[in-house]
Unconditional design. Structure first.
Length: 567
């Protein structure tokens, strides 16, 4: 019997999800749609995260921001497009075909012949400098982004930047593209990000080359906050602005953590972490992200230093009764646990109602040192959860505890509670043989069989589990009673011999009375051969010799008669 496993609880499934594989994408759509998709242009293809890709797809005068995420087997697990279509649109298809045909993600440069001199170049050869200057000044009045690009290319290069100058630079760059608008389309965001990268390049160089690292950190945080202010003021289509800021942050943090003077690095890390750990005022999200990345991007020695700061401060918090917000406490828990301080500080990390992510991390740490207390914590959380769907991760922990203890009764209880998630025959048999609560098991069995029987049509795989349970119970009479057109032929074949031995006439009648045959050809061939080998020609002639009009019935009857040598 094959194990049935669903990623989501079975009763939450309301329709089958269409999945597409890159390698087979062109076989899943019409030729017309494939040809149309191939005519679209792909620009700015890049990987923004593990197995997540974005690009621009150009269709005539419009440009769309498309996002595709791949699974482990190159199947498309998520996709979105700026066109707003809820289906797998032509733009997502174009990107998918591009990814399947071009593994590098880089478009080939077109081969060109000898460069031609344009009319603009010819005009410039005879143009007077003053005329060009006047024309550019007039042009820049109506094209601020072009003016900024001109300044970035030909303007005087600064070697130092004040906070006010950084703010002005960001303000002017964003204004050159956005003007007074409150939202930008994907193509405009692309233009803005390119301009910002060029505009801030000298600022980045200044911050990284500046020997005063305290000043560099202060001005970098100022820069990051300035960008965030505009992300609140303006709606940027797509994720390019977020990715730009993220990469900017990664580059700067890598630079700080690469400081060779460990004493200097400790001084910087301590000063900035104390601004959080000992804060008497609110801090910005950017600053908090900065110090957390300072930790996560560090080497083991750097991480241990920061963890030591957190450890000593938590001791003070415990003594003073200070309670940190749970989301922040969860981050501190990860730092404490990773560096071996949880056992010492565990009393600070108490279970908190409805804080599912945090509670799981706490219990998993408790499990390493005290399984009994982890068991009690799981039960306490399950007791307080408002919905069973939140219980599943805690059942995982309890199952692990009971398996290690060898407590079959407790393990059967957990398997019964989470059976809707697994729908496993192996689990059902374990429950049946080890559940200590006979009355609850009886109710459980009735619910399971009822649910499975009513699911044959929409989910044929449930019939295999249903018949597997009856086979375990040796209840072949019940099998004969429930066989109908919704029962997959492949499942009937699994138990044909046992059903025949239970009641040969009733089995033949059950098969003959099916008024719908839409199963696989090979499954019908197997069943027809079985009938021909077990029943004499007269019986088969009486049962299958007439013409039947149910879906596929006449086809199956002819197969049986042919196997029996009657046609």
């Amino acid at each position: 019997m094959k194990r049935l496993l669903f990623k989501e609880p079975f009763f939450y499934l309301c329709k089958k999800i269409q999945m597409y594989k890159l390698s087979d994408l062109q076989n899943q759509f019409s030729k017309q749609k494939i040809n149309k998709a191939k005519k679209l242009s792909i620009r700015e293809f890049e990987e923004t995260g593990k197995n997540r890709f974005v690009c621009f797809v150009d269709e005539e005068a419009e440009s769309y921001d498309v996002d595709i995420t791949l699974g482990a087997k190159t199947e498309i697990t998520e996709y979105s497009c700026e066109c707003g279509s809820k289906d797998f649109c032509i733009h997502a298809l174009a990107m998918g075909i591009f990814m399947s045909e071009n593994k590098t993600g880089k478009t080939a440069s077109p081969r060109g012949g000898k460069k031609k001199i344009s009319e603009a170049e010819l005009a410039m050869e005879d143009l007077d400098y003053e005329e060009l200057k006047i024309w550019l000044l007039e042009f820049f009045k109506k094209n601020k982004d072009a003016e900024l690009q001109f300044i970035l290319s030909f303007g005087q290069k600064k070697k130092e930047f004040s906070e006010a100058e950084i703010s002005e630079l960001i303000k002017n760059t964003i204004a050159s593209v956005a003007g007074k608008r409150k939202s930008l389309a994907a193509a405009e965001v692309k233009k803005l990000v390119d301009l910002l990268a060029r505009a801030l390049e000298p600022v980045e160089q200044y911050l990284m080359l500046n020997p005063d690292k305290k000043e560099s950190i202060r001005k970098y945080l100022w820069l990051s906050d300035e960008i965030s202010i505009y992300k609140v003021k303006i709606l940027f289509s797509g994720v390019r602005m977020d990715n730009f800021q993220k990469k900017l942050n990664e580059r700067f943090l890598t630079h700080i953590n690469a400081i060779k003077d460990f004493d200097l690095w400790k001084e910087l890390a301590t000063e900035n972490w104390y601004l959080f750990l000992r804060a008497d005022h609110s801090i910005t999200v950017n600053f908090y992200d900065f110090i957390m990345e300072l930790y996560h991007g560090g080497n083991p020695e750097q991480k241990m230093h920061i963890a030591g700061l957190v450890r000593e401060e938590i001791k003070i918090w415990k003594k003073n009764g200070f309670k940190l917000r749970t989301s922040l406490k969860e981050d501190m828990l990860e730092i404490v646990a990773e560096n071996g301080f949880f056992n010492e500080l565990q009393s600070y990390f108490q279970i908190e109602q409805y804080e599912y992510s945090y509670n799981l991390k706490v219990i998993n740490e408790i499990l390493k040192i005290d399984p009994k207390r982890a068991e009690q914590a799981c039960k306490m959380v399950i007791e307080s959860n408002p919905h069973e769907k939140y219980d599943l991760p805690y059942y995982d922990i309890l199952e692990k505890i009971y398996q290690e203890k060898g407590s079959k009764g407790d393990l059967a209880y957990i398997k019964r509670k989470r059976f809707w998630e697994t729908l496993s025959l192996e689990d059902y048999i374990f429950i049946a043989e080890n559940d200590a609560d006979a009355e609850e098991f009886k109710k459980f069995r009735s619910r399971i069989l009822g649910f499975l029987k009513n699911s044959f049509y929409n989910y044929p795989e449930t019939a295999e589990l249903y018949f597997g349970i009856l086979d375990y119970e040796k209840n072949y009479k019940k099998m004969l009673d429930v066989i109908d057109s919704k029962t997959p032929t492949s499942v009937i074949n699994l138990y044909a011999e046992k059903l025949y031995l239970t009641n040969r006439n009733k089995f033949l009648m059950a098969v003959r009375s099916r008024n719908e045959w839409n199963s696989a050809e090979e499954d019908e061939e197997v069943l027809a051969a079985f009938l021909a080998s077990k029943y004499d020609a007269g019986q088969l002639e009486d049962s299958f010799g007439k013409k039947y009009y149910g879906f596929g019935s006449d086809r199956f009857s002819k197969k049986v008669l042919r196997k029996a040598g009657l046609s």
